[in-house]
Each structure stands twice: as structure tokens, then as C-alpha cells.
Design a protein around this ligand. Sequence first.
Ligand code: GDP
Length: 182
Amino acid sequence: MANRIDQEYDYIFKIVLIGDSGVGKSNILSRFTRNEFCLESKSTIGVEFATKTLKIEGKTVKAQIWDTAGQERYRAITSAYYRGAVGALLVYDVTKRQTFDNIQRWLQELRQHADSNIVIMMAGNKSDLNHLRAVADNDGQTLAETEGLSFLETSALEAYNVDKAFQSILTEIYHIISKKAL
Ligand code: GDP
């Protein structure tokens, strides 16, 4: 059991990053937790998770963000990855239509393995590559509305909407959890 004296946060929330390989999950994670971006495509298996502590409505919340660490390439994400997750950021690449078309498959996987109350946000990443765009902002909006998800376009490269996406997921989770505690 956690020692209350050592505990430096009020809540810890596990959030999983999912979506096809190459959509920018690792860079979204590094942008949010370390304010770093890497142009090279990583060749090795990456980190498992990184954390960032922030204030949500006056409470100290530690966000523990999990990256698939390349396992999605082999369709090898296990149910352990989803266990205990209270939020998910479902990412596609606005320049690759297939990554958007695969969103349904990822949603199915989430609904199969994750808790039914999980807060899901969809992110259309690489919004900086407007000249290569293959998915309109409107397509993202429409799918999100149909599936009842929140939605933002993001750019890990330009640090656009990355903080906002996590802030929004964490706030929604906090609202659900604090209501439950009443
Ligand atoms: P992952 O496989 O989903 O973890 O994707 P990565 O984070 O490894 O990114 C794949 C490639 O896309 C890398 O070459 C990144 O530099 C690039 N990338 C990631 N996010 C962005 C972005 O917002 N804009 C642009 N232009 N490139 C990005």
C-alpha cells in the first residue's frame, strides 16, 4: 500500500496511447512529458511509459502515459497494456488515410480489452503537414461524433494541441472519478 506521507500526488491516472505504427505516438508522449521531438523514425522498441505531474482543478494528478513501444506492428498488444487504464488517446496520421480507416479496429480492441468507462480522445496527428493531408478535419470530427469521442488535431512537431489533448482527457477522468467519490 502507498505510504501517504511519500505520496506527492492526489491521483494517478493511467492513459494508453494507441493507433497504427508511425502515426506519432512516441513523439506525442515525448512532447508531453519531456517537451522533446525526434524527426528520425525510431528503429528500436521504445519506452514503456513516462509520467508527468500536473494540476487539474487544484488537485495534483500524476499522468502515467503508456506507449505501445512498437508492439502494434506485430499486433502483439496484450490485455495487460489496457489493464487499469482510465484514459486512451487514439491516434491517426492526417497524411495517411489507412491509419484513419483503422480507427474502427482500434476502437473495437479498446472496447474488448479496456474498462467500459475509459475516457477516449481521438487525435489526428501531424496537422503541420497540411500539404500532404489525406484526412479532412471534418472527417475526424464526424467520426468522433458518431463514436461519442472527443477529438482534436495535433502536431507533436509543433507542440500543437498535445498538452490540450492530455489536459482534456485528465480533466474528464477527474470529473468521473470525483463524482464517484461523492
Ligand atoms: P509511433 O510509431 O506511432 O510511435 O510514431 P513516432 O512517434 O515514432 O513517429 C513516426 C514518424 O513521424 C517519425 O519520423 C516522427 O518524427 C514523425 N512525426 C511524429 N509526429 C509528427 C508530427 O506531429 N508532425 C510531423 N511532421 N512528423 C511527425
